[in-house]
Design a protein around this ligand. Structure first.
Ligand code: GLV
Length: 333
């Protein structure tokens, strides 16, 4: 691969500071430095073409139309470095067809995301959001035997949908709480791994029927779209709790609202939403749900590692080296 002299690099959102000097060392950086400003698709379409490299965020729709515009421009787009492990916002097939490399940031956010998923599980089970709102409203008048009694987490059954890095990190945390772990995944773990994680492989329906907590850790793909919907909620016990820190559209959010309203499940902890940043209005009114603004990987240390990982992919490519976390190796010939 040839070395690109002083390439043009676009950074679409404000990212942790240590990533900028890495990029500035190899090229000319144009960056959206305004905290909280997410460029619209049209703005992105206007700004993207004419850059060799784009450091994108999961809020950017990098579709075939956008990629084609960037591939037809001069200079031509060479690589999109997504600052996320998930890359459902990018049409990787179109990128590959156009010879554009795509990278993500796997590994660096595994434990931080599992920490948040477990925190959300605990918060939902023990009704922390509801209880804190009660106290802040000045309603705490003294200890009561039945005040905010929630569900027990220790020794309960946790069903993991998706058993990649983050699913396995959840299984590790669950062991500390002496939980029984069931999992459903595209591929089964090796027997030694199942034994090490004390995880039992079951079909999805059985997982839904047997779990006190169902936690989603699968990527969002056409196959996982609405994986959990009306039929699946009907299989879950009435005291079950759903946790989603993966991607919103894996759950049919309207079916979730109906299941919660009808008491088909007991609660939900959500860090992601089907039409992010929009949230089904009924969910905002429900006390038995804990709602977070997509902060799974949100520690400064991890977000910095994600930003520098994304930047390192651009730096490597600009120096003629294979990007370390390349998703479409077909473009690297
Ligand atoms: C966050 O959601 C990510 O995919 O990194």
């Amino acid at each position: 691969m040839s070395v690109t002299e002083h390439p043009r690099i676009l950074v679409t959102q404000r990212i942790p500071n240590p990533a900028y000097p890495l990029l500035e060392a190899v090229g000319e950086v144009e960056a959206n430095m305004q905290t909280g400003l997410i460029w619209s698709y049209d703005e992105l379409l206007q700004r993207g073409p004419g850059h060799e490299y784009i450091l994108s965020l999961l809020t950017d729709t990098i579709d075939a139309r956008f990629l084609e515009a960037c591939a037809q421009s001069a200079p031509r787009l060479k690589l999109v470095a997504n600052m996320a492990v998930g890359y459902n916002n990018i049409d990787v097939a179109a990128a590959t067809r156009l010879g554009i490399a795509v990278t993500n940031t796997p590994g660096v956010l595994t434990d931080t995301t599992a920490d948040l998923a477990f925190a959300l599980l605990l918060a939902t089970a023990r009704r922390l959001g509801e209880a804190e709102r009660f106290l802040r409203a000045g309603k705490f008048t003294g200890w009561e035997p039945l005040l905010f009694c929630g569900a027990e987490v220790h020794h309960a059954t946790l069903g993991l949908i998706g058993m990649g890095r983050i699913g396995l990190a959840m299984a590790r945390r669950a062991r500390g709480f002496e939980m029984r772990v069931l999992y459903y995944n595209r591929s089964r773990l090796a027997p030694a791994e199942e034994a090490a994680f004390q995880a039992e492989y079951v079909p999805l329906d059985e997982l839904l029927q047997r779990s006190d907590f169902v936690s989603i850790h699968a990527p969002y793909t056409p196959e996982t779209h609405h994986l959990i919907g009306e039929r699946e909620f009907a299989l879950m016990p009435a005291d079950a709790i759903l946790i989603n820190t993966a991607r919103g559209p894996i759950v049919d959010e309207k079916a979730l609202v109906n299941a919660l309203a009808a008491g088909k499940i007991a609660g939900a902890g959500l860090d992601v939403f089907e039409r992010e940043p929009l949230v089904e209005p009924e969910l905002l009114q429900m006390e038995n749900v804990v709602l977070l603004p997509h902060i799974g990987s949100g520690s400064l240390k991890t977000r910095t590692l994600m930003a520098t990982t994304a930047a390192s992919n651009i730096v490597a490519h600009a120096r003629g080296q294979r990007p370390p976390t390349l998703l479409n190796p077909d473009v690297w010939v």
